[in-house]
Design a protein. Structure first.
Length: 213
C-alpha cells in the first residue's frame, strides 16, 4: 500500500467512528463571586499588578489634584480630553484641549502626550477597562497618546467580564459602536526573548481615576 492509499484508508477508518458530542455549556461562571465591598480593592490590586496606576477620588478637588500631579510628575504637557462630562472636568485641572468633533481625532492627536477619556465600565476581577468608540471619543484618543487617563464612576465598576458583556448588550443592543476594546494594563509585548516592553501597540502608561462620590 502506497502512502496516499494509507492516508485515505486511515481517514475512512476515522470517519466510521462516531464523534463524541460536546458537553453542554456550564451555566454561570466558574469563579467565586466578589462581594460588593471587595470590588474596589480587587480592581485596584489587579490594576496595580498590571503596572497601571489607580486613584480613588473622594471629590473633584481630590481628582483635580491627582490629575495635575500625574501630568507634572511625568512631564505630560500636551493633553487632550474627551467632551463627556467627567473626562472634561478632569481635564480642566491641567488645561487640557477639549475635543469637540471629527476634526479632533486621528492625526490631530499624534503629538498629544496624555489623553483623558471616559469608559463603558471597569472590571474588578481582571483590572480591565471596557471602552468603545462612543465612550472613548473615537478610536485614537485611547491609542495614540503615550499616556491615558480613564475616568470612571464607582457605579461603572462591575465584578467580571460577564457583567461587562451584559452591560454592553443592554446599552448598545439597538446600535452597536464601531469599536469595542478591553484594555488590561498598559500596552505591552514580550515577543522578543520574552522581555516585557511597555508601550508596544498603544499607551505605555495607563491611569484609572475612580470617582467615588
Amino acid at each position: 500500500m502506497n502512502a496516499r492509499a494509507n492516508i485515505l484508508d486511515r481517514i475512512r477508518s476515522a470517519l466510521r467512528k462516531e464523534s463524541r458530542r460536546p458537553e453542554p455549556p456550564t451555566p454561570g461562571t466558574p469563579f467565586s463571586p466578589i462581594a460588593p465591598a471587595d470590588l474596589i480593592p480587587r480592581f485596584e490590586r489587579e490594576l496595580l499588578a498590571l503596572k497601571a496606576e489607580f486613584h480613588r477620588a473622594a471629590n473633584w478637588g481630590d481628582a483635580h489634584s491627582w490629575v495635575k500631579h500625574i501630568a507634572d510628575r511625568d512631564e505630560l504637557r500636551r493633553i487632550a480630553a474627551a467632551p463627556d462630562a467627567d473626562a472634561a472636568e478632569a481635564g480642566q485641572a491641567v488645561q487640557a484641549r477639549m475635543l469637540t468633533g471629527a476634526g479632533d481625532c486621528g492625526k490631530s492627536l499624534a503629538n498629544v502626550d496624555l489623553g483623558i477619556s471616559g469608559c463603558e465600565c471597569v472590571v474588578a476581577r481582571t483590572g480591565s477597562v471596557v471602552l468603545t468608540s462612543q465612550s472613548g471619543f473615537g478610536r485614537a484618543l485611547s491609542v495614540l497618546p503615550p499616556a491615558h487617563i480613564v475616568v470612571a464612576r464607582r457605579s461603572q465598576l462591575v465584578a467580571d467580564l460577564n457583567d461587562a458583556y451584559r452591560l454592553l448588550q443592554t446599552r448598545h443592543s439597538k446600535l452597536w459602536p464601531s469599536m469595542i476594546t478591553i484594555i488590561t494594563g498598559p500596552s505591552r509585548t514580550a515577543d522578543i526573548e520574552k522581555i516585557l516592553v511597555l508601550g508596544a501597540h498603544g499607551p505605555r502608561k495607563l491611569f484609572v481615576l475612580l470617582l467615588d462620590f
